[in-house]
Design a protein around this ligand. Structure first.
Ligand code: 5GP
Length: 141
């Protein structure tokens, strides 16, 4: 397996070198909106420390990321009036991974909906509004 590349897009977002619509952070994890959302409210949860994916992550990295995934899933159910949550996570190119910093996708879902096709960039105003909605929900609890 290849080594971790500190110049991947998510590492640059973590360092503040690239912008992102940030939703939440704690000591170990960061959450921001996916720029090409497959559903309204599609977010990404990443560890603040380097690892490519599940295959080289430490148990501690996985535990902190999954705790944040659960917290965001609860908030997303409320913020987007969702009826369900789809989690996605890809490992290495053959596994469908495109950005090589561990991340979990959180997709709020509604009864009977279908996910949008990949590669469709969202309106920045919509991403900002969705990030704000999540932040407000997390504040109120
Ligand atoms: P994966 O590695 O899980 O296959 O896909 C990477 C995900 O990152 C995709 O859902 C894609 O839309 C998202 N993505 C790619 N580049 C950026 C970016 O610059 N900013 C944000 N917020 N998301 C990105």
């Amino acid at each position: 397996m290849a080594h971790y590349d500190p110049n991947n897009i998510f590492a640059k977002i973590l360092r503040g070198e690239l912008p992102a619509y940030r939703v939440y952070e704690d000591d170990d994890t960061l959450v921001f909106m996916d720029i090409m959302p497959r559903s309204d409210g599609h977010m990404l949860v990443i560890p603040k420390t380097p690892c490519r994916n599940v295959l080289d992550a430490s148990p501690a990295q996985l535990a902190s990321v999954l705790a944040t995934v659960q917290k965001m899933s609860h908030a997303a159910m409320q913020a987007f009036d969702a009826q369900g949550i789809t989690l996605q996570q890809f490992n290495e190119e053959a596994g469908g991974q495109e950005v090589f910093h561990l991340h979990f996708h959180i997709l709020p879902r509604h009864d009977g909906d279908t996910v949008r096709p990949p590669g469709e960039m969202a309106d920045p105003a919509v991403l900002q509004a969705h990030a704000e909605k999540m932040r407000a929900t997390l504040e109120i609890g």
